[in-house]
Design a protein. Structure first.
Length: 228
């Protein structure tokens, strides 16, 4: 099976990354050995879709770390399901449909890094899921964004996923969509305010910026957290 680095959305943050496309119908268990990725026991009962997504994400993570000067590292998951990055590095992994992507940085540069790739929601989902994803005070900004792009909820959902990943290492607990409020945006950035104290390192009113871009089918968002 081939995992090819072909995708037209390029991350805007200037950190090492690797993106690949894959065909899950061609997946074989031997692909783990072929690409030097350890198969985790917890996936023994998983469907092939979950296995191939995990493999593609780890291929991307290993290649991104190699670009950072850290070769031949296995990226396992902790009990909280978050990737365990090697010392002096941090990163983020995302996948959807037939695309996986990973980005990494030195832990001396950032406190957290998040990126997320999503397929566009359907028009029905864009309408029905607003109350689950939007903060009550960001409706006006959402309506303004909807005048600029065709999939505003998909973008905000993805952005909040990136924020969660970027802040998690500083928070170390679950927090919901209401914890981040969109307060402004431009053609490639979304500006959020954290609405509650998530930890000593992420107090209320912390400002977070997310880069975003879309193509015909996908949304890509990125968030670098430098600390409070």
């Amino acid at each position: 099976m081939k995992y090819q680095q072909v995708f037209d959305l390029k991350p805007q943050l200037n950190f090492p990354y690797f993106c690949c496309t894959f065909d899950k119908t061609q997946f074989q268990m031997s692909d783990f050995d072929t690409y030097g990725v350890q198969f985790p026991d917890k996936l023994n009962k998983a469907v092939d879709k979950r296995k191939v997504e995990y493999l593609a994400g780890r291929i991307c993570a290993r290649q991104a770390l190699k670009l950072l000067g850290i070769p031949n590292v296995q990226i396992n998951n902790g009990e909280d399901r978050a990737p365990i990055w090697p010392p002096k590095a941090l990163g983020s992994i995302s996948h959807t449909q037939d695309i996986a992507i990973a980005m990494v940085a030195s832990s001396q540069q950032l406190k957290g890094l998040g990126l997320d790739i999503e397929q566009h929601m359907s028009a029905k989902q864009e309408s029905e899921l607003q109350k689950h994803i939007l903060h009550p005070l960001e409706i006006a900004q959402f309506n303004a964004l909807s005048q600029k792009i065709s999939c505003p909820l998909s973008v905000i959902f993805s952005a909040k996923e990136s924020i969660y990943k970027a802040l998690y290492s500083s928070v170390k607990r679950f927090f919901g969509f209401d914890s981040a409020q969109l307060v402004n945006f431009n053609d490639n950035q979304l500006f959020f305010t954290i609405t509650e104290t998530l930890s000593a390192n992420v107090p209320i009113n912390t400002k977070v910026t997310v880069f975003y871009q879309i193509n015909q089918h996908y949304v890509l968002t990125e968030c670098a957290f430098e600390g409070y």
